[in-house]
Design a protein around this ligand. Structure first.
Ligand code: LMR
Length: 316
């Protein structure tokens, strides 16, 4: 074998995995677990370089970077697929659609989820898995007990039409902003509040700049792990299979830690003594549900009426 061929064989295959949250979050930990599993399974033939905290690319930029092949793997939240021309992932943003994680997993682990990932191929990317974070809460610098408490506030959202409609239904002013800019915007008063699972809130230090956090669990935040299609299809098949297996295990790991990570973060928010945590009572929750009940119908044309109906039927 000519020496350059030996050299080529020995060159590791590098997967640059960019994401925007802290390493100490469900996504951050699952990315590191995938790295370990992938490197082990391929005996070092694949090297995974994980770049957390928007170190390499920020929200929209990482999607472009993936399509251009400047990174190989990313795991954007399901609210961020609009720039790919894929709005149906925003179904996961519909307020109060999923009663719990079990219902959500019936979609993400079932044929509906598989079909959604499959359709990404048309966009030049391969959808490998859904990763969990958890249910979102609202925060601001005032108590948030009733939906009307958000009226008039500027609230940061991810770039999702559904989230935009959700905030407007509450009489708030939605402001789309990259994740990495939220802390500074809250600190400067550019926005008054935000929504996120406790883990994202706490690991960004938002307890320093938000006095109230209401556990509303009004919507879900999760991810699709996606890879550049050409990169993936050009991999030797045995490498691709090993990576698929590593991804299955990392996905199970993400599902197994997400609730505990968010519980831990919620306790840490409470313990910080800086942010008052309120858990909605059942009566309060019903009022929020009612205030947001029209969003689903309003968004049918954006997401697809059939998809919403299929999901509702599947979760029962
Ligand atoms: C956000 O922008 O709030 C989230 O999508 C961040 C993340 O990746 O969890």
């Amino acid at each position: 074998m000519p020496s350059h061929a030996v050299q080529a064989q020995q060159e590791p295959i590098v997967i640059r995995f960019s994401h925007v949250v802290a390493a100490d979050t469900p996504k951050g930990k699952a990315a590191v677990r995938f790295k370990q599993l992938a490197e082990e399974a391929t005996h070092g033939r694949v090297r995974v370089q994980v770049y957390p905290n928007s170190e390499l690319y920020r929200d929209r930029e990482e999607l472009e970077a993936l399509q251009l092949g400047a990174v190989e793997m990313i795991a954007p939240s399901l609210s961020k697929f609009g720039p790919l021309g894929v709005r149906e992932f925003e179904v996961f943003d519909l307020p109060f659609l999923f009663p719990d994680e079990a219902a959500l997993h019936r979609i993400t682990n079932g044929p509906i989820g598989a079909g959604m990932l499959q359709r990404l191929r048309l966009k030049g990317v391969i959808g490998l898995a859904f990763w969990d974070n958890g249910f979102k809460s609202f925060s601001a610098n005032r108590p948030l007990l009733a939906p009307s408490d958000l009226t008039g506030l500027r609230l940061r959202i991810q770039p999702s039409r559904v989230l935009d409609a959700q905030m407007r239904a509450l009489g708030a002013q939605p402001m789309t902003m990259r994740f990495g800019e939220v802390y500074a915007a809250l600190e400067a008063g550019v926005v008054d509040g935000t929504e996120n699972p406790p883990s994202n809130f706490y690991t960004q230090g938002m307890q320093d700049v938000q006095s109230h956090f209401t556990v509303s669990n009004h919507g879900y935040l999760g991810y699709a792990v996606i890879v550049n299609r050409k990169f993936w299809e050009d991999l030797p098949s045995e490498v691709r299979e090993a990576l698929e297996e590593a991804m299955r295990k990392a996905t199970a790991y993400a599902a197994s830690i997400s609730q505990a990570e968010n519980d831990r973060a919620l306790n840490a928010i409470r313990a910080s003594g800086k942010t008052q945590v309120h858990v909605l009572t059942e009566t309060e929750r019903q009022a929020w549900k009612k205030a947001l009940s029209a969003v689903s119908v309003e968004m049918e044309d954006v997401i697809g009426r059939q998809l919403i109906a299929d999901i509702r039927r599947t979760i029962g």
